[in-house]
Structure formats: structure tokens, C-alpha cells
Design a protein around this ligand. Sequence first.
Ligand SMILES: [Cu+2]
Length: 155
Amino acid sequence: MNRPRARRAPFPVLAAVLLAAGAAACGSSGPELEVEGAYVPQPVTADTAGGFLTIRNDGDTDDALTSVSSDISDDVQLHRTAGGQMRRVSSLPVPAGGALELRRGGDHLMFMDLDRRPVRGEKVSVELHFEKSDPITVEIPVEATNHVPRQPSEQ
Ligand SMILES: [Cu+2]
């Protein structure tokens, strides 16, 4: 690729090219989300199931998980755990340059009033909705009830 210094281009053209390249390359336009390590432990009862996953945000703009829809429940809630008690919240933050980690004993998805009981080996289809980003669909594997995920660094 030609280096701008090596060749003189008419300034307005060069400026336009650099602006376009900059906007595309450095992602200054918003959050960049990626979902990792999603799983649903096979629930013990037929009523509810938990969902765990990590949403990484490699962008430079904060985002938030605002709602979730799924093929096993019409009522998927966002739960926050504090002091051993879980409570429903309306959104969970996905900070710029950070991650939202949903895990056992912490924040999690809660599938209420299950239409069907997910069984190990199946997949649960989930659509994640965000404050800013487009929705992300994830096919989440159903694992054993006592499944403990490996840390990302061990994978
Ligand atoms: Cu819960």
C-alpha cells in the first residue's frame, strides 16, 4: 500500500481516504460484542433454568444487555446475585474494553416457566438484545447439571 508521505495526493482526496480508513479500522463507532463460553446446565426441575455466558466488548463504547428471548421460555429474565439473593434487573452493563460475565453464583439469565425442559446434548436458541448493538443469536449447549466451565485461558 502507498504510504501517504511517499506520494503527494491532492489534500481533499487524501483526507477523505484517511477519514474513511480510520472510521473502519479503529472501530470508534460503537461497541463490538462477542459471546463466549455459553451454556445452560440441565435444570433439576421443569420450572426454571439458568443461563451462563460471557459477552466481551472490544469496542470503545459501553453497551448493556437489555432483554433476552428464547425458544424454551417466553420469560427470560436478567438476574443479579448479591449476598446470596438474586433479584431481577432491567439491564446488565457490558462495559467498553471489558465484559459482562454471567456465571454460577453471580449474574445470570433465568429462563422462567419453561415450555420444555432442556436436556443435556440439546441446544437452546437465545437472542440477546442490547441497548446499542444489534441482537445476537446464540445456540447455547445444554450441559450436565453440575457442569463447571473451564476458564478461557485453559481452553
Ligand atoms: Cu435467577
